[in-house]
Design a protein around this ligand. Structure first.
Ligand SMILES: [Zn+2]
Length: 126
């Protein structure tokens, strides 16, 4: 598990992709961490390329809508895995944009996936 802060690095931003359910945490030492939906832990994902500032990286992500739609990650936006499992069991789920009462393997009217669907994709992708 990677730490959000170290002695020499602090957290700069947390962003969230509503299309894929991917959450990234960007640190001042240019490391990008990705949150694992199943474990709820942050894992090392990549390092920002030389010559690209942390701010430019974040701005690029937020402005690039081709790979989904990135927003600032807020506390409580991602349900814990127990809640996602319960959605799957009950057959009623919530989408990444907060829409309720959708199929666990479906999408809401706005095209955003249900959390159980996101979890399955994260499991497959590792
Ligand atoms: Zn929706």
């Amino acid at each position: 598990m990677a730490k959000c802060h170290t002695q020499s690095a602090s957290e700069v931003a947390r962003i969230f992709n509503m299309k894929t359910g991917t959450a990234l945490l960007i640190r001042s030492d240019r490391k990008v961490l990705r949150r694992n939906i199943v474990s709820g832990k942050w894992q090392e994902y990549r390092k920002i390329k030389e010559g690209v500032s942390v701010e430019a990286y974040i701005a690029h992500r937020m402005n690039d809508h081709s790979g989904g739609y990135w927003v600032t990650l807020k506390r409580g936006m991602i349900p814990c895995f127990d809640v996602i499992s319960a959605m799957e069991r009950n057959g009623v789920a919530e989408a990444t944009d907060g829409c309720e009462n959708i199929e666990p393997d479906g999408k809401c009217l706005h095209g955003y996936p249900a959390w159980p669907l996101v979890a399955i994709h994260h499991c497959l992708a590792g």
